[in-house]
Design a protein around this ligand. Sequence first.
Ligand code: PLP
Length: 511
Amino acid sequence: MVLSVVQGREEESSSVVSSVFASRYVQDPPPRYKMPEKSIPKEAAYQIVHDELLLDGIPRLNLATFVTTWMEPECNKLMAEAINKNYVDMDEYPVTTELQNRCVNIIAKLFNAPSADQTKQAVGVGTVGSSEAIMLAGLAFKKKWQNKRKAQKKPFDKPNIVTGANVQVCWEKFARYFEVELKEVKLREGYYVMDPVKAVEMVDENTICVAAILGSTFNGEFEDVKLLNTLLTQKNKRTGWDTPIHVDAASGGFVAPFLYPELEWDFRLPLVKSINVSGHKYGLVYAGVGWAIWRSKEELPDELIFHINYLGGDEPTFTLNFSKGSSQVIAQYYQFLRMGFEGYKKVMSNCMESARILREGLEKTGRFQIISKEKGVPVVAFAFKGNDRKNLAFGLSKALRNYGWIIPAYTMPANAENVTVLRVVVREDFGRQLVEKLLFHIGIALKEVTDAASGVPMIRLTVEMKADESEMNAGEGTIHIPGASVHWKHDKPETDDTQVPIMDGKTKGVC
Ligand SMILES: *Cc1c(COP(=O)(O)O)cnc(C)c1O
């Protein structure tokens, strides 16, 4: 059988092409920016795309992201089963719609929404992530404020939002796309979240809401929403305004209810009118799901709701996009059902424990100042002490890439730009064993960057090792440094393997 004919030449019959790598397809230059003229076999296409993707970072070692990188195989299976369902076909897939409504109610109850308490009529919507949820919540505030100003015959063309300078970029997007001025409370060295006192000072009659963050992206810290609520209530009373609060709980919304149930940050505070949370962060689902929850129906202006008559059914919707996959919503419901309160609490406690071990290990080096707080989302943000902090931070981030770890370094927002931090987001799948490996590698990388910074030439040393197969941690070998060789031998040590530089069972290597 002939597979393909190229320029009149008969190419590779299937009896010959038993392996993709024996075919010409892997030798042809891959078409990058133009659709190829001819088809190729599916095995070859798969292999070519798969191989190129090998050069991406490994998601589980990507400690930069808050987004879920591991789920149970059963849930992976459910997601794959739903991969061909368009979420928007609500009439055709009523069960999927029902699962989203259950999720909205579960989350609204978790956030103490008064409506969710009495009925199963919580007000909220599944989104692609917190960014879409924030756009929707922001639009609702803007519309409400404009309607009120119109009724009062006052100008309504200069709306603003008050936030900390530590807001996530989606707030800047919202401000630009929907023409709302963003008034940012500046940070200062040593204080990296929005100061509620300053925020309330900045509120004026054009402020559509104050946005507080539960779990700052930069260091995981919770902002003091309760104090903000108190101060803003006083100001509202004094001025006659009714400026509301939105809580951006993208990362903290699935941490605080389980670890700090007493902390009042949600709908228990009267001025909190809407909350967003990312299902794909500590909601424990892969990328592509977020939630916007409103206190009650009154907070959602009617004119933003679209009643679509699509493929036979009337469905009220409030989203920015139309078609999207169903898998994430289904996975979110799976997680709620599977984990329950108990499971989420255990996962979050484990993350906090891993964060603690990492924090203590970093402190032990004597080189770092910890910027994250013990209470917050399980994030460890740290900065170098002393001079040249910025270069050292970026150098360490780069050096750790050599070991596979992705740990970002970044400068803090205004007015704390002098501080450069490294940040590790501790997720469910970053267990004790990996924390200890990371600390070990940070130790080596620290020496590399410090030596490089002080002009010490890099010494290449080769190591030959003979590991005892039955006793992975025992072995002997020779270390060759230019001008000298050192023979070493040791038996299985008392301590665990993180102390011993035998990586991944390799018996020979270059450091
Ligand atoms: C991640 C994050 C966002 C954006 O959320 P996505 O779900 O990625 O769209 C917004 N705000 C905060 C505080 C975040 O951490």
